[in-house]
Design a binder for this molecule. Sequence first.
Ligand code: UT7
Length: 342
Amino acid sequence: MAPDQRHRTPAAVVCGLGGFLPPQVITNDDLGRVLDTSDTWIRSRTGILRRHRAEPGTATSDLAVEAGRRALKSAGRDGEDAVDAVIVATTTPDRICPATAPAVAWRLGLGTVPAFDVGAVCSGFLYALVTARSLLASGAARSVLVIGAETYSAILDPGDRSTLAIFGDGAGAVVVRAGTPDEPGAIGPAVLASDGSGSDLISVPSGGSRDPFRAATGDRADPYFRMQGKQVFRQAVERMSECSRQVAERSGWPVEEVDVLVAHQANLRILQAVADRIGMPRERCHVHLDRVGNTAAASIPLALADAAGEVLRPGHRVVLTAFGGGLTWGAIALTWPDVSPA
Ligand code: UT7
């Protein structure tokens, strides 16, 4: 792209941020009382101490609306014209059909804006953010509300300790607006990728068109979330390291000059391995999973909202990275804006 053309193409600038966690907290000891697991195992194998769980009857849109409202407030926007589009990244939509985003947009009072879901499991928020950037770059929108929201408690097998110990419910959101590439908050280089040969490693086997419930009889139907943890672990480290390095390099930032790495909060050992692999001090990798577990598509915006209140300062060089079902992965580089979560 010619420099003059690049100048005319609007950049996506983060201008609002918010997170919401349902009030109920489940500790490792709570899980140990109903499953064959322990605080010692969960803490040492994952770094997770507790997670939040939505009450029965609370759906993903309920969490998304709360996070969205906070992000809009943080951006100082309200009313029907607050944003031009809404994207919800989720693995746990309210229903298979329709998408969750239109109901969220309507409940937020955003009029008849375009609203749609993005499904890329734990990478969903990064996919949604890059999609929002494209809407801004093309001129189709001047501002977009991007939400990552999940109610994993609705799809976890109540008898599966390997997933129940890890996943939590929650939602996080950002508002991005059209701006210039050199202002703080501007989203810089991004990488998105997938490898469908690993689509069975993370899945909900039944209930989709491959194995509809009406055809899946008796024992064969499996409506729960399944993950081959060990195989996913290795790939998560490799892929997030690789694409984090790529976006830092494309930004012209030596890895040692990246101030904060906000990686998908899957497992503390994964975060540490990524930091080690790319040559970044572990303390620059923000850790939020100890308090919320793995919240899939909500993980990065929730971690950002947490980090913004703690370690992120305007002008910081930030790399976001995620890996998840699909398989999908990605990374985005941005400079941190002067924005506080509401
Ligand atoms: O978010 C999308 C991407 N997801 C990820 O990146 C997740 C990546 N994977 C992981 O984080 C880890 O693989 C897990 C935390 C899921 C599992 O840890 P692990 O060290 O890989 O354990 P494992 O699956 O190899 O299981 C080791 C043992 C097994 O027992 P046996 O077969 O050796 O007797 C499991 O049954 O640990 C057992 N186990 C547990 N024990 C107590 C698995 N979960 C638990 C548990 N409590 N909660």
